[in-house]
Ligand binder design. Structure first.
Ligand code: FES
Length: 61
């Protein structure tokens, strides 16, 4: 996934915005990402993708 790719269509939140919020705020859950960026807070369809982003982010560390 690239930084400019939209993860959350409802709220136009990109992969880059989600990664930045995870890095800056130490977010660990889909709910925390939603609170910080609004991603996943409307239809919920992107929540699985957000979980995958979190999983791969913390696996790399
Ligand atoms: S696509 Fe993210 S809440 Fe709908």
């Amino acid at each position: 996934m690239k930084d400019k790719d939209i993860v959350c269509v409802c709220n136009s939140i990109t992969y880059g915005q989600i990664i930045e919020a995870i890095e800056k705020k130490g977010l660990k859950t889909v709910e925390e990402v939603g609170d910080a960026t609004q991603a996943g807070t409307t239809c919920g369809a992107c929540q699985d993708t957000i979980q995958e982003i979190l999983d791969s982010y913390y696996k790399k560390k």
